[in-house]
Design a protein around this ligand. Sequence first.
Ligand SMILES: CC(C)(COP(=O)(O)OP(=O)(O)OC[C@H]1O[C@@H](n2cnc3c(N)ncnc32)[C@H](O)[C@@H]1OP(=O)(O)O)[C@@H](O)C(=O)NCCC(=O)NCCS
Length: 121
Amino acid sequence: MSNPTNLRHEKTVLIRPEFLNHGGTLFGGYMMQWADDMAYNAASLAFPGAIFVTKLFGQFDFKSPVAAGDIIKIFSEVESVGTTSCKILVWALNARSNAEVFRTFAVMVNVRDGRKTPLNR
Ligand SMILES: CC(C)(COP(=O)(O)OP(=O)(O)OC[C@H]1O[C@@H](n2cnc3c(N)ncnc32)[C@H](O)[C@@H]1OP(=O)(O)O)[C@@H](O)C(=O)NCCC(=O)NCCS
């Protein structure tokens, strides 16, 4: 049986005009929201009983612009597991060119009643 902590998750997004900034490229905030979703999904599917909040994200360095009509693939996977947290790698590629859009990580913490709680491993 596969280990859910080893799974790679993938989301494919068509960049529609409503996702653009005033300069005509993708507004980074949308990408950050999708990255946070993907970090949450990877953590939550690896630890089904946990309730995760985002503790922190690494740097977002947007390396290549994204335009309307581009198709973006966003990936996430659990890199490591601590006591109450797990570290999730999150990255995105422009699907047609394979250009990397960003690569970062998130630390997701299991909480109960607002306090960090050990993960069941
Ligand atoms: C999540 C929260 C309960 C953590 O409580 P805390 O007392 O600050 O906990 P800690 O500083 O001990 O960190 C908790 C875990 O995160 C890890 N962590 C914290 N800072 C880290 C950092 N800079 N790098 C890597 N891991 C880090 C700790 O190692 C710990 O993990 P572990 O138990 O697996 O070792 C609390 O900070 C909180 O509620 N934050 C708000 C979260 C939120 O609302 N997010 C949504 C966005 S607004």
